[in-house]
Design a protein. Sequence first.
Length: 318
Amino acid sequence: MLTGKLVFIWLCLFHILRFIMMSQLQCRFRINFKSGPTDKHETAFHFNPRMGSKVVMNSFSTGKWETEESFSDNPFKKGEDFDMFFVVKSEGYQVHVNGKELYTFKHRIPLEKVKMLNINGDVVVNLFGLIQWCMKTLMSTLTITVFQISILTNLNPASRLGLMRIFLCLLQTLPYVAPIPGGLREGMALYLKGVVPTNADRFQTGPTDKHDTAFHFNPRMDRKVVMNSFRNGKWGAEESVSDNPFKKGEAFEMFFVIKSEGYQHSMFKHRIPLEKVTTINIYGNVSISFLGFVTVSDISPLFLSKYTEDTHIKMPSL
């Protein structure tokens, strides 16, 4: 495992990922960076949040636990989603939770010995991945910065591990207009994570070419979601759905799956050839924290992949 890589535990997709209270007396989980899958193998970094208490960190070497470290500013709450990043730096494992840097656990065991990631306890995990990190700070102001990430899905040990590639952008400013890496094609999915401001009226997103809009997606708060296309200088026939999941002041995660027959949110049939679509455009009253293009043949594993049992996952290489 090399320095400069970032391991993230993504626990906010679709609002299905939450702490699971296993008993009234205890609620905790553990993330271990290990040299192998058994209890006898070394643990380079043991990360152990304890609900209602502190976050404990340690290492395990030569058959025994070493000196414990901890911090009392515990951001983890029962029943709440969170995002977590471990930035592996030359000096140690830098821990970020919900965009805030919390702690750096200094290396005690050489990085080259770390081969496995172990997750267990009272937590549900949907995705984890590795980023070749190239930012000086975790939340630098970015307009268009793209990273290539390896993501593992289906962490349940009974399931086959699926590997996919995602191009991720961290956004803090709108409007956002940027090229789609490799162009839009069938089998791709657009992922958006953001928050609708309390004063929002509407926002818009959609793939475009230089002149036309292949798919215009326009949620209007407290009303319907409007969809359309724009070509040859005019708007096409409007389509809409009244089941609007977007609420003022609330976070959302959203996938648009590109199928041969159309874009799947509801289903908006293609009006402009996919090969002409080269750009994504986002603007309006919305705060976007993540945007990604996933290349997968079937997005359903993302909805199904949950993890609640102890398992070891071999760390993938980029």
